[in-house]
Design a protein around this ligand. Sequence first.
Ligand SMILES: [Zn+2]
Length: 295
Amino acid sequence: MELTCDVIKDLLPLYVENISSANTRIVVEEHIDSCDSCKKELDKFQAQEECSFGTNTLPLKKLQYTLCKRKYLTILFSVMFTLLVLIIVNEYLTAPEYIPYTENPVTITKTNNELFIVHFNIPGAMYQISQYRENDNSGYIYNISMWSSIWNRSIYKDAVDDFILNPRGEVISSVYYSSNDGTEDILIYGKDRSPNGGTITLPRLVLAYYATIAAVLAVILGIVLFLFRNNKKAKAIILKFFTLSISYLLGHICIKGFSTSSYNAIRDFYAILLAMIPIYCAMLIGEKLLVSRSR
Ligand SMILES: [Zn+2]
């Protein structure tokens, strides 16, 4: 008589517990080699076995398996939460605090061979220098900004190296300093390009667009989710995308709060994406935890 899968499945608990006879073991192993369905069943039993704490009754084992799974999920959830906290703390410690011109952050000197050298007067601070060509090609306009952060102030105390503005002898029309705080850019060298009213370096609003897109997506997907609430397969897929757009919004709130303007949009955007990873994972794990609790 050929052994049916049902018989094998009945034998599996004994096999896993190692309390079957040697002949039974051989029969089970031979069958497992040629039957995927029973092989899967065996893997499941073995996973439960690793998870259990040495009892022999199956219903208890099943309960322990669930508890064990919940324990792992809870640990994973805590890891994701910790990761998110670390990302937020790092973001807070390294957030740029722009240095206003009143603190005398830079001085410019000119060498005998027409090189312009920027000296940075605040130790450990970071700087950014952008260069634009004049419309009529007569020279270059420079825009300098300088910032520090809690991290920088406590770690780096070294003087910042000088920077040569025009290493290839470019003609310099004007050099501005941006305090990036809504005040006018300050002319520190050359001709004032807008003598009647200064230019203000404005924060970028690109994060506002991204947040809006994510919010609109979340609403649309929320509605679609509601419409497909009876279609298990579609619901699972839509839920993933819905969770993704919600994670972006939560990531934005974690990094930027409810502000959407940024002088450092790229940096903030990457930080939001980084924060999104643990948020997304935590949300998926949280959902699994809720499902296992309601079972
Ligand atoms: Zn089988």
